[in-house]
Design a protein. Structure first.
Length: 203
């Protein structure tokens, strides 16, 4: 069963509906016992970094998540702010992140744009996949839906599995071992997003 971490932020129902149509078991998880029952996890998120970490802390799921992801090696997919809170910290706030992947969340800078900064980065954009990661199998010319003003800058560029250009090139998907994350929203990305979520169920 795929557990969709429900801590009050993110499109939990959208993920659940996609997996239902695919015939793949997926349910919201809200506590340690439910986390234990999941063999894969999705960590969604919308809004601000500090707020997301505060809500996750209030949920009581940080320690169980760390155990399932870092000790048990359960595959996890972070989405949007769910990706960002995997970093050690963010320029957006002062809270510490989960620290699952070395790096920091940075804001798009005005000097990267030829005209007035267009933030947030909102809408469809191409991605350039690095190598042949399983998350992007069976996809031709993938495009995904983005909505963000901050991006994850990993310390190790080897963790980047997809890049996107918006003002400059940034990491739109990363991976470290069993940990996957996308800055874009697969649950809003039509056929490409459905295929990515199908792939995640098989990694």
């Amino acid at each position: 069963m795929i557990g969709i971490v429900d801590y009050g932020l993110g499109n939990v129902r959208a993920f659940e509906n996609i997996y239902r149509r695919l015939g793949i078991a997926a349910e919201p998880v809200r506590n340690a016992a439910e986390l234990e029952a999941a063999d894969r996890l999705i960590l969604p998120g919308v809004g601000a970094f500090d707020w997301a970490m505060a809500r996750l802390t209030e949920s009581g799921m940080i320690d169980p998540l760390n155990r399932r992801v870092l000790k048990d090696g359960v595959p996890v997919l972070g989405v949007c702010v769910g990706m960002q809170i995997m970093a050690q910290g963010s320029d957006e706030g002062t809270a510490a992140g989960l620290g699952w992947i070395d790096g920091r969340v940075e804001r798009f800078r005005d000097e990267w744009f030829n005209t007035r900064t267009h933030l947030p980065h909102m809408g469809w954009n191409d991605i350039e996949v690095a190598g042949k990661p399983a998350l992007f199998s069976e996809m031709a010319a993938p495009r995904f839906y983005f909505l963000h003003s901050y991006f994850f800058h990993p310390v190790d560029e080897g963790h980047v599995v997809a890049r996107t250009h918006y003002g400059q090139v940034f990491a739109s998907a990363i991976r470290r071992d069993n940990i996957w994350a996308t800055q874009f929203h697969p649950e809003k990305s039509h056929d490409w997003g459905v295929q990515l979520l199908r792939n995640f169920a098989e990694v």
